[in-house]
Design a protein around this ligand. Structure first.
Ligand code: GLU
Length: 418
């Protein structure tokens, strides 16, 4: 399912802009990215043939610091999608009060058909194509859909070769040996878990709340493990081939094992359900942890959960969001629920820049503190202004970007005047 993510991101900006009474120049700067790099990426296949695929890197805003955001490899990647995702990253990093802006990258390719050596050739070639526009103080890529520490290590190494200087801080989500941070691989899930637990408590949900998770990649699988360990009942999970349901709660380590051995959770014992059925299952907490556009208007009408936590970027369309709000379902928006990854990315970047190594405990403590603070800010602004959590998040995030824009632009104007 593909939705217009750029449109969704602009609606996000506009919702905040109206509440903040922003004028034209702020809106113009927020609506368009600062820098958009579109490249052709040649790579060598194992049979020696050379293929070319489109790639992008978009820096939406550097008003608060270097642009920051992941790089996805997916056949549906477009310039518009990457631009929309970069826009959401600006709001996300601002909401988390990180000293970073927002960016995103992507390659239009189906990585599932590529071997390890083909992936390496592709990633290194992409890095060379965008090398002039990334850097630790410019724009810092990270993992996203279908990319992980392997890709980040290749980017760091290739960037070092191109520039002639080793530079681990050019990218985050690296392996530990290449300068990665402890806790980065589970950070998206850990951040989401913190806000789910705190929100479940606020809403008075039972400690063994029933949880449904759509998407069983890095975020979804770790989240299932963590929430089950916390005593919640994960009653259904799904991947791109469908889902499985057990109202008594699934044995998550066993499901992970099944997926690793057979390629899909649907091979595990339990009632097989379609993604559509999964989203409508009786539960307390629903966590979309796959791609954008999972919950459109018809699905929103069917949701039975009291709480939705968006571990994916842009999983609910605007129409779905309105329906969920009308139905009294609390939605923890993506810019918070998925912010654990970029928050620990920020920690990794800071460790690289300062030559430090933080312990797993330090990382976890600092992540929790950031997530708790941002969640409290959201609930406060939402209740003070009578907004949904999503609009409150946009008001807070966009408000902080605007403050930074004002500082920068007004300083520049003063300089010209003097
Ligand atoms: N791809 C993740 C996100 O969408 C992480 C980005 C990062 O670590 O910079 O938030």
């Amino acid at each position: 399912m593909t939705i217009d993510l750029h449109k969704l991101a602009l609606e996000t900006i506009d919702a905040a802009a109206d509440h903040l009474h922003l004028d034209g120049w702020h809106r113009a700067l927020l609506h368009r990215p600062e820098r958009l790099t579109a490249v052709q990426v040649p790579y060598t296949a194992d049979d020696g043939s050379v293929h070319v695929v489109p790639g992008y890197r978009v820096a939406h805003s550097t008003a608060r610091g270097p642009a920051k955001g992941g790089t996805r490899f997916h056949p549906d990647v477009t310039q518009e999608e990457v631009t929309g995702l970069a826009t959401l990253m600006s709001v996300k990093t601002a909401l988390m009060n990180l000293p970073l802006g927002g960016g995103k990258g992507g390659i239009t390719v189906d990585p599932k058909g590529l071997s390890e050596t083909e992936l390496e050739s592709l990633t290194r070639s992409y890095t060379r194509s965008i090398a002039a526009n990334i850097g630790p103080d410019l724009d810092v890529p990270a993992p996203d859909v279908n990319t992980d520490a392997r890709h980040m290590d290749w980017i760091a190494d290739e960037y070092g070769r191109v520039t002639g200087r080793p530079c681990p801080g050019v990218v985050t989500g690296k392996s530990l040996t290449a300068g990665g941070s402890l806790g980065r691989d589970t950070a998206t899930a850990a951040g989401c878990r913190t806000v789910v637990r705190a929100s479940a408590e606020r809403l008075g949900l039972p400690t063994d709340a029933r949880v449904v998770i759509q998407g069983f990649g890095n975020a979804g699988a770790h989240l299932a493990t963590m929430l089950a360990a916390d005593g919640m009942r994960v009653v259904a999970v799904s991947d791109s081939r469908g889902g499985i349901h057990d109202p008594n709660g699934l044995d998550i380590p066993a499901v992970i094992e099944t997926k690793a051995t057979h390629g899909s959770v649907t091979h595990h014992a339990g009632e097989i359900v379609t993604t559509e059925e999964l989203l409508a299952l009786p539960c307390d907490v629903l966590i979309p942890a796959a791609l954008e556009g999972a919950i459109e208007a018809p699905e929103a009408e069917q949701v039975q959960a009291r709480l939705i936590a968006e571990a994916a970027n842009g999983p609910c369309t605007s129409q779905a969001d309105r329906i969920l709000a009308d139905r009294g379902i609390t939605v923890i928006p993506d810019v918070l629920a998925s912010a654990g990854g970029v928050t620990v990315s920020c920690f990794e970047w800071q460790q690289n820049e300062r030559g430090e190594r933080w312990t797993a405990h330090q990382v976890a403590e600092r992540l929790d503190a950031r997530m708790d603070r941002a969640l409290e800010d959201l609930w406060r602004v939402a209740s003070e202004r009578d907004l949904t959590l999503r609009t409150a998040a946009c008001v807070l995030g966009v408000g902080r970007i605007v403050e930074a824009l004002d500082r920068r632009e007004l300083a520049a104007t003063d300089e010209l005047a003097s």
